[in-house]
Design a binder for this molecule. Structure first.
Ligand SMILES: Cc1cc2nc3c(=O)[nH]c(=O)nc-3n(C[C@H](O)[C@H](O)[C@H](O)COP(=O)(O)O)c2cc1C
Length: 257
C-alpha cells in the first residue's frame, strides 16, 4: 500500500517535471519567433499607412526600400547621423520613460496627453524611382477615451496631403472607438489636407462631412457613438503636426523640394 502511494507520487512528480521542461523549452524557443512576428506586424502597419503594402512580396524586402530617419524635435531638423543610437533598434516610446531622452510636455500644450515627448523621433521615407521623397510615414499618438492610440500618418511629398492613417495599438471599444481600424473609415483620410495658411486645420468632425462643405478637404467623418475617440484623433494630429512635432521638419522639406 505504502509503496503504491510512493509510486503514484513519483509518477505524478515525474510527469509534472517533464511537462514543465517541455513548456519552458517551447516558450523559450518560440520567443524569438514571437519577437520576429511582432517586428513584422509593425512593419506591415508602417507600409499600410502609406498604402504601399503588398502581401505578395516579403515584408523585409518592402521595408528595406524605406529610408529610416531621425528627427530632433527640439529644432525639427533631420539627424542623419545619430551616433548614440543604432537607427534600427532605437525605441522612441521607451525613451519617453527616460528623463535624459525626453522632455515633459507642459499641460497647456499637451492636447494629445502624451506627458513626455521623446527628444528624438524616428520616421520613414518612401522614395520614388529617382530617389526623391515620395511619401513620409510619421509616428503619431494620443489619448482617446480609454487609453493612448498609437499609429502612423503618411503624407505626400507636398508635405500637406494625407496619404493614409493606421493605428497599431489602442484600447478603444470594439464597435465604437475601435472603428478607427475600420477600412472604410481609414479610406476617408487619403487626399485630406493637414494645414491651411493658419496652421493645422485637419480634424475629425461629429457626423458626416457634407459634400458641399467648402472646407471638405480639412474634415473627416466622425465615428458614430465615439466622439471622444474621434476628438482624440483630432487632438493628436494638432499636436504632432504642430510646432512641437513635425511642422518645422515639413516646412524645411517643403522649402528644399
Ligand atoms: C461601455 C462603453 C464604451 C464606450 N467606448 C467608447 C469609445 O471607445 N470611444 C468613444 O468615443 N466613446 C465610447 N463610449 C461612449 C462615450 O461615453 C460617449 O458617449 C461618446 O463618445 C459620445 O459620442 P457621440 O456624441 O458620437 O454619441 C463608450 C460608452 C460605453 C458605455
Amino acid at each position: 500500500m505504502n509503496e503504491s502511494i510512493k509510486k503514484t507520487l513519483l509518477v505524478a512528480f515525474g510527469v509534472c517535471f517533464i511537462s514543465s521542461l517541455v513548456v519552458s523549452f517551447t516558450a523559450v524557443s518560440l520567443r524569438s519567433m514571437q519577437n520576429e512576428n511582432a517586428i513584422n506586424d509593425q512593419r506591415i502597419k508602417i507600409l499600410e499607412a502609406a498604402n504601399i503594402y503588398d502581401s505578395s512580396i516579403s515584408v523585409d524586402e518592402q521595408f528595406a526600400n524605406l529610408d529610416i530617419k531621425y528627427i530632433d524635435f527640439e529644432n525639427g531638423l533631420i539627424l542623419d547621423e545619430y551616433l548614440d543610437f543604432d537607427i534600427e533598434s532605437y525605441d522612441q516610446l521607451k525613451s519617453t520613460r527616460d528623463a535624459s531622452l525626453s522632455t515633459p510636455v507642459p499641460a497647456s500644450d499637451d492636447i494629445a496627453v502624451i506627458k513626455n515627448r521623446e527628444n528624438v523621433g524616428k520616421f520613414y521615407i518612401v522614395k520614388d524611382d529617382n530617389g526623391l521623397i515620395d511619401k513620409l510615414i510619421l509616428p503619431i499618438r494620443g489619448y482617446g477615451l480609454w487609453g493612448t492610440l498609437y499609429g502612423y500618418m503618411a503624407i505626400e511629398n507636398d508635405f500637406n496631403t494625407v496619404a493614409g492613417l493606421v493605428f497599431y495599438d489602442h484600447k478603444e471599444t470594439p464597435g465604437l472607438g475601435a472603428e478607427v481600424d475600420n477600412p472604410k473609415w481609414k479610406a476617408l483620410w487619403a487626399g485630406k489636407k493637414i494645414y491651411d495658411e493658419n496652421g493645422v486645420k485637419l480634424q475629425v468632425i461629429k457626423g458626416i462631412v457634407s459634400k458641399d462643405d467648402a472646407e471638405i478637404e480639412y474634415k473627416v467623418d466622425g465615428l458614430s457613438g465615439a466622439t471622444l475617440t474621434a476628438r482624440g484623433v483630432s487632438n493628436m494630429i494638432s499636436y504632432w503636426f504642430g510646432e512641437s512635432g513635425y511642422s518645422k521638419l515639413l516646412e524645411q522639406l517643403n522649402y528644399e523640394s
